[in-house]
Design a protein around this ligand. Structure first.
Ligand code: NDP
Ligand SMILES: O=C(O)C1=N[C@H](C(=O)O)C[C@H](O)C1
Length: 266
């Protein structure tokens, strides 16, 4: 049942945007605007013409109508349009939930700045399993210590543009936290660019792209004579969409601040 809390969706034409609109009836939120890339062929089309079973007369739009209600803005788009979406939420004093990956340091700072005036939640991965995996990886990293070799391998569909994935970087941060180091000082993304033997303490990343793989992540702890692998495999994008909708419902009414998926899951 909808209680009338209004959700503006940014990146509505994308894979995640479509999944969110399809699953929206499971939530207590109501779509008030479906924002797409400026000039998109979808502008003016009814959402119901694209999303089977969608109820309501919302049209895809490339400009935000100031009369439209916005309790929460949900963004799954691209690094190049993330900042505009965040600015829109700030302007409307609405809560902001984003899963867009490939953000740069400036955008991370913008998020922290926005959190002074609105509640924001950014997560590299909205699945429950990855939230738990991150915790397990931190514990394993702390228990095994910095002499163990850690490599993070991720695989995604052929359309994904950023690499390593946001989730791989998030898991890398969990490894680094377990060792009390800063990820950026020990990470190695592309071994072919500087061929040499592995150094102690490095956290390596490898990315595979192909077909319709939804998202696979493995953190490998390699030690003399034995290996430990902690893995997560996503079978459907719907789990990310459900997690994002759960976060969107939760964050409305929270005080300004920067929240994590762990806060939502409790
Ligand atoms: N945190 C999580 O759990 C998850 C995060 N993601 C991340 O979410 C993001 C979106 O993923 P996905 O839906 O698969 O990607 P898609 O490419 O399918 O969708 C992205 C959408 O953003 C739109 N877009 C791109 N640039 C702009 C712009 N300048 N202004 C407005 N809209 C724009 C695209 O428009 P157009 O269609 O016209 O190109 C597209 O519809 C990625 O960063 C991905 O890594 C994905 C899954 C889960
Ligand atoms: O682009 C995707 O598809 C995904 N992106 C996120 C990431 O970069 O980690 C989350 C998920 O793995 C799917």
């Amino acid at each position: 049942m909808n209680s009338g809390r209004q959700l503006v969706l940014h990146g509505a034409a994308g894979r995640m945007g479509q999944s969110i609109m399809r699953l929206l009836p499971e939530s207590t939120l109501q779509l008030s605007a479906a924002l797409v890339r400026p000039g998109s062929a979808l502008v003016g089309e009814l959402v119901s013409s694209q999303i089977h079973g969608f109820q309501g007369a919302v049209e895809f739009s490339d400009a935000f109508d100031p009369d439209v209600g916005c309790d929460v803005l949900v963004d799954f788009s691209h690094g190049e349009s993330f900042s505009a979406a965040l600015e829109l939420a700030r302007y409307r004093r609405a809560a902001f939930v984003s899963g867009t990956t490939g953000l740069n340091a400036l955008q991370q700072a913008e998020l922290a700045h926005a959190a002074q005036t609105i509640p924001v939640l950014w997560a590299a991965n909205f699945s429950l399993g990855v939230a738990l995996l991150s915790r397990l990886v931190r514990e394993a990293s702390r228990a095994l210590g910095p002499s163990v070799d850690v490599e993070i391998v991720e695989a995604h569909h052929r359309h994904k543009q950023d690499a390593p994935s946001g989730t791989a970087l998030h898991l890398g941060r969990s490894v680094a936290e377990g060792r009390d180091v800063v990820l950026e000082t020990v990470s190695v993304n592309d071994r072919s660019s500087a061929p040499r033997a592995r150094r102690e303490g490095e956290i390596g990343f490898a990315s595979l792209r192909g077909g319709d793989i939804v998202g696979e992540h493995t953190v490998l702890f390699a030690m003399p004579g034995e290996r430990l692998s902690l893995s997560h495999s996503a079978g459907t994008r719907d789990l990310f969409a459900r997690g994002a909708l759960r976060a969107a419902s939760w964050i409305i009414g929270q005080p300004p601040g920067q929240y994590r998926m762990e806060d939502v899951l409790g």
